[in-house]
Design a protein around this ligand. Sequence first.
Ligand SMILES: Cc1ncc(COP(=O)(O)O)c(C=O)c1O
Ligand code: FES
Length: 389
Amino acid sequence: MDPRVLDAMLPFLSGQFGNPHSKTHEYGWEAESASEAAREQVASLVGADSKEIVFTSGATESNNMAIKGIAHFYGEKKRHIITTQTEHKCVLDSCRVLQQEGFEVDYLPVKQDGLVDLELLRSLIRPDTALVSVMYVNNEIGVIQPVREIGQLCRENKVFFHCDAAQAVGKIPLDVNELKIDLMSISGHKLYGPKGIGALYVRRRPRVRIEPIFSGGGQERGMRSGTLPHSLVVGFGAACDIAGRELEADTAHIARLSARLEQGLVSRIPHVVINGSTESRYKGNLNISFAYVEGESLLMALKDMAVSSGSACTSASLEPSYVLRALGVDEEMAHTSIRFGIGRFTTEAEVDYAVENCVKHVERLREMSPLWEMVQEGIDLKSIQWSQH
Ligand SMILES: Cc1ncc(COP(=O)(O)O)c(C=O)c1O
Ligand code: FES
């Protein structure tokens, strides 16, 4: 978390701890006005009106709310949803739950570079399609989907467009009106804010309706009942405010370190592959497969670096990443993939350390590998007939 975010939050965790929904005393009003100022800060970062921002516990909740909320509100006539195979688990699982309720879902495949094929998407839209849900920046491989074109396509076909922008907001400039996004998920902890807070943008013109998941006091214009955690809200607002002001500086810093990391790894380690489009991508993410090393051993060797193979949510699983599999990456290469993240607080020394560490361990592991020995001898592994016992 950005220390400036913590500074903004602290007064609201102690002295100014009123309930923002209490209308009968000053203690409540000060909490309310702090929350509303934060709502403006979030809205302004994405070109929305503050009335279109609904606070949630994070992008997981926002995605659930958007997808299930649209399906349940419009479900009598519209029974079809389109999403992609490389969405975050919470989008895919929300769709699976709707399938069990009788909705039809198309999971759009992606191209080899991880991007959506717009013509294929166009061909899947039907008169009863309620929603298209496509993420902005992929959390595992960093690719940026053609959101503007998807927004245009959805608007032409009068289909609602939901965008999981958890990895994009605060990292790349975006405007919900320009992009014709109807619902958009945002997460606090992805932009140096606190965990446990996020938002769903819900368009007011033309109006988008969702059935709420929570029943209760009717907070957040009835869409998300429950007392607002105003200290988190204030932190989230401060994080958005900082992101808006520092986006350009962050982008330059991240691009520089990302190039240094990529260059360091690619120039010193042969047989590596960068996963996902190298053109349409957010530079703060670099996902690389190291051929001829055993994936688990590499991850274990790099355990003093906070890297993973795939996402944090799926890091307990030994299965290769479903995102890389959707790109057609073979199982071996998916197993040896490492996702590197670079952000506002990453230093050049850390990048250099990461490069040295990777070079050292990849070389060590390859020396132990019989496959690597064969590659060194110039044997084409694909030509080998492995005996089957
Ligand atoms: C693309 C994407 N969507 C959704 C989420 C879930 O967000 P949260 O942790 O705020 O629930 C994440 C977090 O990893 C993400 O990267
Ligand atoms: S995918 Fe990033 S925390 Fe779950």
